[in-house]
Write a protein that binds this ligand. Structure first.
Ligand SMILES: *Cc1c(COP(=O)(O)O)cnc(C)c1O
Length: 297
């Protein structure tokens, strides 16, 4: 079984008056176009993980996520595409929503798990799948060194060198992969992470653990808008305006916060004129569906 996707992720310019006034060249790498359901960075993180499962002749993917997890949906879809069986442990009491609908539609079995048991992921895996020799454990969010290894390939695809790269962070695996890619290619580009959750400093330890060698990078920890999955009216207004002006869908959980940070920093003269900045559209546009009521249409 060839476990790969043809990667279509062009780098496109983002034009607007703010960037023109500040003398900035801003681009967006469209990892959201890699697959309609398998969110861009989730595919990059799953690639070597699924190849490893296949190498070990494991045919049943077992993973974890919240009820709105892009990772659960990506794993369910990738499992269907590449012929794996899939089970997802879902944090919290039983609910139904668009994400879980897509998981089930792709054949994933869901096990709703109370928050206390959910914390012991290895124990849950052991308890349910002790006798299943085909079961293969994939951590929440696809967090792993294989995950970072897959993300590093994003840097191989870049058409030119940038002063800054901006990317949203959850577990930090995507950040670690990009930083490793920059190190491998000996690029001077500064990595700027925008944590989608509170406590971004804690995230730094997780990222550092996945780095292939020491590297400096920046984290902009003030753009979580109250925490993971939280929004504010300013964030929602920004997202509406961005989508209507560019035709590019972004979501309130990850890419909306990252782009808000970039626009805010640009307006505060954070970047020197002439800077070339690449933003990474990590995908996750389905996250919009869980937040429709916030938009007030
Ligand atoms: C999961 C996700 C992230 C966070 O990726 P990590 O590797 O966990 O940091 C960023 N953007 C989108 C759209 C995501 O779905």
């Amino acid at each position: 079984m060839d476990i790969s996707l043809d990667i279509y992720s062009p780098v496109q310019p983002l034009h607007n008056q703010l960037f023109a006034d500040k003398g900035l060249q801003v681009y967006i790498k469209r990892d959201d176009l890699i697959h309609p359901i398998i969110s861009g960075n989730k595919w990059r993180k799953l690639k070597y993980t699924l190849q490893e499962a296949n190498r070990q002749c494991k045919s049943h993917l077992v993973t974890f996520g919240g009820a709105y997890s892009n990772h659960l949906m990506a794993t369910a879809t990738a499992a269907a595409k590449f012929g794996f069986k899939a089970t997802g442990f879902v944090r919290g009491e039983e609910v139904s929503n668009d994400t879980l609908f897509m998981c089930r539609l792709h054949g994933m079995e869901l096990i709703f798990t109370d928050r206390d048991s959910y914390r012991g992921k290895q124990a849950l895996f052991g308890k349910h799948f002790m006798d299943d020799l085909d079961a293969f454990f994939i951590d929440e969010g696809g967090a792993s060194t294989e995950g970072a290894q897959g993300v590093a390939e994003l840097i191989d695809e870049l058409p030119e060198t940038y002063h800054h790269i901006f990317c949203a962070c959850g577990t930090g695996t995507t950040a670690a992969g990009i930083i490793n890619g920059l190190t491998t290619h000996r690029l001077p580009t500064i990595f700027n992470g925008v944590p989608a959750l509170k406590g971004g400093d804690f995230l730094k330890e997780d990222i550092d653990r996945m780095l292939t060698s020491f590297a400096d990078y920046l984290m902009h920890t003030d753009y979580h808008f109250g925490g993971y999955g939280k929004t504010t009216p300013e964030l929602i207004e920004f997202i509406k305006k961005f989508i209507a002006e560019t035709g590019i869908l972004i979501d309130p959980v990850y890419t909306g916060k990252m782009l808000y940070a970039l626009y805010d920093l640009a307006s505060k003269d954070y970047f020197s004129p002439g800077s070339k900045i690449l933003t990474i559209h990590t995908g996750g546009v389905w996250g919009l569906l869980g937040m429709k009521e916030k938009f007030g249409f």
